[in-house]
Design a protein. Structure first.
Lengths: 343, 288
């Protein structure tokens, strides 16, 4: 029953958010709309890690691999197809295939969390080096030159499906990106409430027990990993649509770390947490960009350390706990359940 | 024939540099089962310590072989006391915290020294094989790799500290019951691992561009080597470095260094599928 109520609250929030997205261009100037567009694209990326880490228990340190692959797949396909609709499909498909291959070797190999983190991180490092080295005419796919370190400029942005001549205006691109964020959020919500969602949470909680109940943890983990890859790839397409540009820095370590930071400060095991964390950090990084005294990496690293040491649950769950502890009845409830867990 | 010798030298130097850049990471991973994501930054700090000492007029050998490891070793002990000790038993959190540390060190170094390449001249001359030229520094690195390995082995095998370290490695609870304080062993291990990384960084300084972000160029290979090797410090490191160094150099010779790295990575992922706990998890279980 409580689950149903939560679902209803989430839906109402989503409708309000969607109304806000559609209304925003009438009230906010274009520069800020552009800012919000990239924030929303990044929030989709945050959701991809929030889902596979918070619910699937898979900590990928290289979620940028799928983000970057999606961005490059979109760029190459959009230049070749001349139409963004098929390109968006490619931006989801290629990362999913890559996630399936990589995930098969890691998850079916049964590697530990530590190994999985290291391997995913290494993948993003190697993709960075690889794409970096693709300068020159030799490296082109169809009409699209990969451009190496300089990246790919002038990538076609989203057009109306079926009508390549009708390019979306920045305001329309914002509406698409903002609504995409909400759709991904609701989609994940529904997925988590489904049987599949309950199985992956069961696996996160106790892999052996889930296996004994007849669910193959490897299969479900691989599916989770692939869904995460699909969402990250989609976020990559949204990101390219924002800037019409992609370069190898999309695979860089700094961004990989930022995604983790978004999820950690927002809160693992929630979906709204990563989105909040992402928006907060994006806003802060933009603010830091304006000054010279402190290096952005320095601040990001310090935030990561502080949260891991002091607020390991993240903002959203901590706030929820605080609110609950204010209500006397709920407090004894949580105390009891905590005691049970410890016992 | 000459080309075969040169490729052979390349393979040896590839293996030697893998051993050097991975040894510190392997010591920490083997003993504490954690991956230090700030490993690349420890290498970088070693390189900076060397470059700054040399430009302050210190002899380059002293700077590379003494100052760099001592300085980074101290950094390692401080990091363990201020950060790692609070996270024992939380493997993933340790990785996250050391990743944060890595960003802090990169950012801090950039603020102090700027994002420019500094360097020192390579101290040894060159030699020629037929029409090909090579640097004497390459065989020197190979000798240093062997010395580091022998040193780790000798300390672990013949000293009391090594005995305690091996005991904690095998069973920390049992060692604690026998009066050993695992926390202190871990502190010393982290310091030692950092010192070895510092030494490797110092040795790399003459052949690498020393920048605050230089660590990222090495960690991919170091991580693959340690993960492929598994938790046994010596055997895992030697077998993984040998295998991966060989694959990497041969692949790089026929394609490009970047594709060499890609092929190395694919080989490592396939290996991990077959041996999820690394080479040593299968063949050298429980050995050093």
């Amino acid at each position: 029953m409580q689950k149903l109520n939560e679902m209803r609250v989430a839906l109402i929030c989503a409708v309000i958010a969607a109304a806000g997205v559609i209304a925003a261009p009438y009230y906010i100037d274009l520069f800020q709309i552009m800012q919000l567009t990239v924030f929303a694209a990044m929030a989709v990326l945050a959701l991809s890690l929030g889902f596979i880490w918070g619910y699937g228990g898979i900590l990928s340190f290289g979620q940028t691999s799928f983000f970057g692959l999606g961005a490059y797949a979109y760029a190459v396909a959009a230049i070749n197809f001349g139409d963004s609709t098929g390109a968006i499909v490619m931006a989801i498909l290629i990362p999913v295939i890559f996630a399936a291959l990589l995930g098969y070797f890691m998850i079916y190999g049964g590697v530990s969390d530590v190994y999985l983190g290291v391997i995913t991180l290494t993948v993003s490092l190697i993709l960075f080096n690889l794409v970096n080295s693709t300068a020159g005419d030799f490296y082109k796919i169809g009409d699209a030159r990969l451009g190496g370190f300089n990246g790919m400029p002038a990538i076609p942005t989203f057009n109306m499906p079926g009508d390549p001549g009708y390019i979306l205006s920045p305001e329309q691109a914002w509406t698409v990106t903002g609504l995409a964020l909400i759709v991904v959020y609701i989609g994940l919500r529904v997925l988590i409430a489904s049987t599949f969602g309950r199985i992956i949470i069961a696996i996160r909680e106790n892999e052996t027990r889930a296996a004994l109940l007849g669910y193959d943890p490897r299969f479900y983990k691989l599916l989770t990993f692939m869904i995460g890859g699909a969402i990250a790839g989609f976020a990559g397409a949204l990101y390219v649509n924002w800037g019409a540009f992609v370069s190898p820095t999309i695979f860089a370590l700094g961004l990989s770390a930022q995604i983790i930071i978004w999820v950690i400060i927002g809160g693992r095991g929630t979906l709204i947490g990563p989105v909040i964390g992402c928006l907060l950090m994006q806003w802060m990084v933009t603010a830091i960009g304006g000054q010279q005294a402190l290096d952005a990496n320095f601040i990001l690293g310090a935030i990561l350390i502080v949260f891991v040491l002091l607020v390991p649950k993240g903002i959203a769950p901590t706030v929820v706990d605080l609110v609950k502890s204010r209500l006397p009845k709920a407090k004894s409830d949580t105390a009891n359940s905590n005691a049970k867990v410890k016992a | 024939m000459d080309i075969a010798i040169i490729v052979g030298l390349d393979v040896i130097s590839g293996i030697a540099s893998l051993v050097l850049i991975s040894a510190g990471l392997a010591v920490i991973f083997g003993m504490m089962k954690i991956i230090n994501l700030a490993h690349g930054e420890f290498l970088m700090l070693g390189a900076y310590a060397t470059v700054l000492s040399v430009s302050a007029g210190v002899n380059i050998w002293l700077a590379m072989l003494v100052i760099a490891p001592v300085f980074v070793g101290l950094v390692g002990v401080i990091v363990e006391r201020c950060l790692i000790q609070f996270l024992y038993g939380r493997l993933v959190d340790t990785m996250l915290a050391t990743w944060g540390l890595s960003l802090v060190i990169v950012g801090g170094t950039t603020m102090l020294f700027g994002n420019t390449i500094v360097g020192v001249a390579s101290p040894l001359g060159g030699f020629s094989v037929g029409e090909y030229q090579s640097s004497l520094y390459t065989p020197f690195l190979a000798v240093m790799a062997i010395l580091v390995m022998t040193g780790v082995w000798a300390v672990m095998r013949y000293t009391r500290a090594g005995l305690i370290a091996r005991a904690v490695m095998q069973n920390p609870d049992m060692a604690a019951t026998l009066g050993v304080n695992p926390a202190r062993v871990y502190m010393a291990t982290f310091g030692a691992g950092a010192a070895i990384s510092g030494l490797a960084g110092g040795l790399l300084a003459p052949v690498a561009g020393v920048v605050p972000t230089m660590g990222a160029a090495y960690i991919a290979k170091a991580f693959i080597t340690v993960v492929g090797g598994g938790t046994s410090i010596l055997w895992g490191l030697i077998t993984a470095s040998g295998l991966f160094g060989f694959i990497n150099q041969i692949a790089a010779f026929f394609t490009t260094p970047v594709f060499g790295e890609v092929i190395l990575f694919i080989a490592a992922v396939v290996l991990i599928r077959m041996l999820p706990t690394g080479i040593s998890g299968k063949f050298f279980k429980g050995r050093l």
